[in-house]
Each structure stands twice: as structure tokens, then as C-alpha cells.
Design a protein around this ligand. Sequence first.
Ligand code: ARG
Ligand code: ZN
Length: 872
Amino acid sequence: LPVRLSDYAAPDWRVSSVEMEVDLDIASSRIRTRLTVHGDGQRPLRLDGEDLELLELKLDGETLDKDRYRQHDDALEVDGVRDGSVVETLVRVKPAENTKLEGLYLSGSSEAGFLLTQCEAEGFRRITFFPDRPDVLATYTVTLRANRARFPVLLAGGNPDGAGELEDGRHWARFVDPHPKPSYLFALVAGRLEKISRDYRTADGRDVTLNLWAEADAIDQCGYAMDALERSMRWDEETYGRNYDLDVFHVVATHDFNMGAMENKGLNIFNAKYLLATPDMSTDSEYQHVEAVVAHEYFHNWSGNRVTCRDWFQLSLKEGLTVFREQSFSADMNSPSIKRIEDVSLLRRAQFTEDAGPLAHPVRPSEYREINNFYTATVYEKGSELVRMIAGRLGAERFRKGMDLYFDRHDGEAATIEDFLAALGEANRMDLTPYLAWYGQAGTPRLRALGEYDASQRRYTLTLHQRTPATPGQPHKHPVPIPVRMALFDRGGHMLPLHLRDEEGVPSRECVLELDGAEKQFVFENVPEAPIPSLLRGFSAPVVLEHDYVPEDLATLLRADPDGFNRWAAGQQLSGRAFDAMLGGETSSAALQAWCDALCGLFEDADIDPALLAELLMPTSEIELAERIEQDVDPEAVHAARESLLDHLARRIGGERLEDRYDALQSVASDDLDPVSQAHRRLKKTILRLLFCVRPDAALRRAEALLAQTGNMTDRLLALHTLLQGPHADAAAAAFRERHHTQPLAMDKWFAVQAQIPGTETLQRVETLLDDSAFTLRNPNRVNALLGSFSRANPTGFHRADGAGYRFLTAKLAEIDALNPQVAARLANAFNGWRRLEPVRREAAHEALASLASEHALSRDLADIVQRALEG
Ligand code: ARG
Ligand code: ZN
């Protein structure tokens, strides 16, 4: 049965303090837990527990007979508990057999690996019996014991509180966390780990030791993350006035992790791919991800830990807010417009597609069967857009004031999204409750804009209209408040002053229109000519904009809008229009001409940022383009039409100019990470892509040369990616493998880049790669690299018309599900859009999904995704 938001009830029993004694070993670990509990004693104490072997149970010091408690599959019920009672359990768990990577598990091999935990959302119940819900906050004292030679490092969240020797070569260490926290923030780590350390003094004067931990072969890859951590801590002090609150902050890297990283109090645990970075092994974008994820997890210390969530429906309260904080930080550290382009493009690729398919759900869902399936682009990325919208509505100063109130008022508490909006509103005497509508409604609003110019009155009237398409279970939608940041341009590409009717004061060049109902008109006076509206600047709301621009107007914005993001947005719209025409058989549409002309001009523009140019030159992704098609999507046709856009653009610029520009960039290339070198690499990649369209041999020659010369992974991967489409693909792949076979993170890219080769042949390559000695279904990164890339990032490979891609994936899903349900469930999202495929593929996908559901006993995680995909 699903869990429902409307069924929320405060816990019967609370826990004030938790004392744990953990005897760690690989095959079997024992956990003794003493809970001091509080409640009115009306109901039995119910503790969650899963895969636990109960060895002892005591109530207030007395061992309980079997008739005083009941043990269920997923819980323990104890009678006779009173307010202030101490409940003590002793359980045994088997870390090495825990392939779900949830609870206490082993990373790496039994001989060399280490033990660690992952609790969010409901993994603590796989470690000990506990009321495992986020509104039960307690202080924790944790004592770890283990063999010193095998587990020289023992870590848990909180401040260190003693350590020492025991008999038989064992040792112990104790940690006290004085900040009350929910169980999902508990963590421990034990094993052979190395560290790098740095002293840090917070703005409010606390001396903190920062420790980054990794296995010996990777400890020299943590330097970049340490710098990023320090930058994050300073930024949160300066931007939000938030300081760190323990004496020590640990971050640990593991190669075996279901998600990106985890913000456990005082002991963050990271998927190695978001912590380790070296030029030889990591791409530029991976460096940026490391910086962003380090910041994200650190920022959770306030947005998530000090103020946590009342229940899992409020997940976006911490995730949406923290993504927003992380995105703002990254924008401050790097180029803001490039960052915005990347974020919006991710939102459109991942969240808009989710919102348009069977798994569509609100940022605050109203029910779930498996909470792990709600760590989604909607909760994270759309959630961040909602915070951004509200922050924009308030303005920087008032937003800060509201955040101060939110953190102060709810410090040490488990809060709701209403609490968040109330704090932001009350601090500024504003009513933000209309924004709550965004949190409860799934689907991406369509914003239609209609402009009318009256030359005799010099008046421009803009009519804004909104409509949200129905989503599964939500047939009727309501209007939501939509802030539309906008400007008007003349035909020459200059911004016009805005005289909004009824508005006093000096005209500005940019304004924000609030659409607060289904439709509204805005009138601009003194407009000298029929203007070109630049709408939704900076992507001021997560909506799809519909406006009948003539292609030339979009080209003007693409050429002349001083805002880099909006320039890109105009280009994306224009390439979308060119795509529509191409798909309809129109090979030389006005949109295509306008797009090529504008970009050809920008290609020669000496002043444009090369990183921005690289983004402008790329048409919208195949995934987004497919979203433009209502029904009967043929991924082959989408691919072909997009290729043809690239082809036209490449011809319009010309092979010669592409070669010259590439060579000029390559002649000044360095492996450095400075912004200019990164921008050059970004542009090189785009140019090589275009060059491959018109002069494939010239592109392949350059890729060969690049592979031989470069010392950085961005270039090396670009070279490999290019060569994989030429006659020497296998040699190039073998050479890369030879060079990087000892580096797991590089090998993931090796699997991923091959899985992404377009075309029907790739399935066979992927099947062969399954047998590579470096492949394993047990490692989430490896599975995502090969199978995730194939099914999510290779439309022509996965969506074979014969359905072989679908059958291949469902067979693997069944195998993976038996090991790790979370990984299987995430992978199954590849079937999201099956209903909109053309009939042959639709039938094949449906059949594969249906037999997966009927022929296997699926985990709750995977069953939930498959069922919703089939029903929605
Ligand atoms: N809270 C983590 C983050 O920073 C994500 C952990 C999710 N884990 C899970 N198994 N659902 O975003
Ligand atoms: Zn997070």
C-alpha cells in the first residue's frame, strides 16, 4: 500500500538519545543500541528493522521474554514501554552479503575493502531497530570496535570522544554528536583509509579539522575536492551567514555507492566520481561536478541537517533548496551564464521529460510506494527552480532575511514546505502561499505569449496565457504564479526602454511580469516600432514558452541579446523550429537559414566567449527534440533530422574555416584547468563534431593527433569519441583501455563512450563489453556507465526497431534487481517515454516491460517503476 502525505501523524514515540556499540567485521557485525524513548505509553513501541538478526532485547535493563514483544518482517513491537524507558537491542548483520548498498556494507573486496553505511532514506533500519523516520531527532553516541590491523581507521559522525586499545589486537573509538539528528544522517566508516587534512577557522571562530579520506591509491586525487570544500564553507558563511558546527568534518570516497553523495552529519560519504579528480583522469565537467557536489553536501549541513524534513514528502525542502544553493555557488565560482545554460539544459532533458511521462509527480509528491524512487529530477532540479523563482520574487536582500528566519526558527527541527514559505514570507510581510500550488502540481506549464503592436498608438500589448497538460492521476490543473522576466528589442537588436502602463518611475530595460492567473495582458506605451520580445530571461520560471516568433526575430536575439543565457535560449528555439521543418521534409526552411546565418556570423565574432560559442553552435539534444513530437516518435528520424541540422551548419561555416579554427585552438592548447583553457577545449569539441560532418577524414586525423599529444582527459575522451566513429575504432578503444585499466573512474568513461556510439550496431558492442573482465553488475557506476549510457544517452542504439535493445535491457534489469534494487529501478527509467514511440517500437517496448513484470519477482523499487510505466 502506498504511503500518503495526507496520512501523516506525529510519531507515538520519540527518542532523545541513542547509544550504539558496534563490533565491526566483514562477514558479520554486531550492533548494540540503547534508546531512551518518550511517549505517553498508549501504544506499543514500534521499531523499524529489516534484515536484522535479533540477539537480545532489554527493556529498562531487563531481558524480555517472547510474550513481551512481537517480531515482524519489517518491525519489532515492544509492550510495556514507559515515558523515559531505555530499550536495548543487540543485532547481527552481514555487511559482505549486503549487495543493496543500503545499511552497513562492504566497499571493494573482503581482503582489501572497507566498511561503510548509507542510510538515507530508510537504511538505518538495516543497521538497528529504530523508529526510522526523519521527524525522530536524537543525539548519538557511537562506539566502534574492530581489529586494528584490518580496520585501522574508525569513523562516525560527531566529535571524537576517546579511543584506545582492546585485547586481541582490537581497538575502539567513540564519537558524540551533540546536534539532534534524524537516523538517515547516521554514518560510520571503518577500514584502511588514508587522509589529507586541513585546518579551517569558521567565520564565527571555531577551529575545524577537515579530513578527506580515500583508499591509498586515490588519496593524491583529493586535493581539488579539499579546495572546493574550503571555498564552499567560506561561501556559505558569506552568502547565508552559516557556519560549520562540529570540530571535525570528514569526507570519505567510495567506488561502491548508489547515488552521488550523502550529507551524513560530520561524515559525508561520496561516490568517488564526485570527489576524486586529476587532469589525467577527469574531464573539465567532472571537475565542475566535484566542486558542485562537495558544495551540495556541505550546504546540507544547514539545509537538511540542522533543519531537516518532517517526512519524505518534504524531500525537496532540503534537496531543492540545496540544489539551488549549490547552483548559486557554482555560478559564483565559474561563468554564471554557462552555468545557467547547463542547468536549464539538464532540467529540460531530465525533468521536462519526466514530467511529460508516466512517472510525472509533483515536487512534493502526495504518495509513494518506494521513497527511493523519488530522488528525481523533479524533486531536485524542478525543486531548485521553485526556490529560484521565489528568491527572484523576493530579491537578494529579502530572500536572505527570509532564509535567516527559516534557519533560526526551525533549527533542530523537522520542517515542511509550508514552514519554508511561511518563514520567507513572514520575514518580509509578504504572502508566498500562492507558490505552494507549484509544489503540489505535476506537469510543465505551457506559457503562451501573444504580442500585438499598434503603430498608431505606439503601444505593444503582450498577452500571457498558461495551461498545464494533464498528468497521471492529476487530470485538472490550476494556474500557478509565473514570473516572466522580459525585455523588448528593436529590429537592430537594441534593448528598448520599458514603459509599462500604470507604472511610475524611470523606465527600465528589463522587467518581471507576474502571470498570477490563467491569462493576463500587459501594455507597454511609447514603443517606437514593433518590438521583438525576449521572454523568460534567465529562465525565470520552469515552463515551456510558446511564442510565434518569425525566425528572423529569434536570430536577432541569438545575435544580439547581451544576456548569454537568453542568446542560447533563442538559438535553442530556432534550432527546434529548424528541426520541426526538417522532420516535415523541409530541408531549407527559413528557420534553418536564419539559424545557420546567425551562427556563421557569431563564429567570426572575435569578442564572443569561446565557451558560449561552443554552446550556441550545438542544436537542442535529441532527447529534447523528441519531446517536441506529440505522438509516434521515431528516434531514428529524430537523429537523422538533427544530424542534418549539424550538417547544414557545418557546410555553411565551411570545412576550411572549421579546420583553421580547430588548429588555432589546438596550437595554444594546455592541460591547465584555467577558464580559458577549459573554454578552448569546449569549443574544440564542438568544432570537431561539425568538422566530422563535412570532412570526416580531417576530423579523424585531428583526433589521432590529439590522442597522441594531450595530457588531459577532456581532450582524450573527445579524441576517443571521434575515433570510435571511424575505421580504427577498436584500436583506439584498446589503447585507452591499456592506458587506464587500473583507474575505475576512467574505465567508466571507457564503457560509457562506447555505449553511446550511435546506431543499431552498438547493442552488439555493449553485449561484448558485458564480458570484459572489468565489467561487473555489482558496481553501480559501472552499470550506469555501460547500461545507463546505452539506454538513456543513445537513442538510436537503444530504440532499435526490432526491439532487441528493450529485451536486452529488461533481461539485465532482472539480474541487477536481484542484487541492487535501487540501481535497477533507476535504470528502468529508460522506458519512460515508451508510450509516445511509433507503433512498432511502442509494441516492442511494451512487451519487454510486460514480460519483465510478469516473469520475475521484482523488488518493490523496480516493481513500482515498471508498474507506473505500464499504467501511466
Ligand atoms: N541526500 C543525498 C543528496 O545529497 C542523496 C541520497 C539519496 N540516497 C538514496 N538512496 N535515495 O542528494
Ligand atoms: Zn542533496
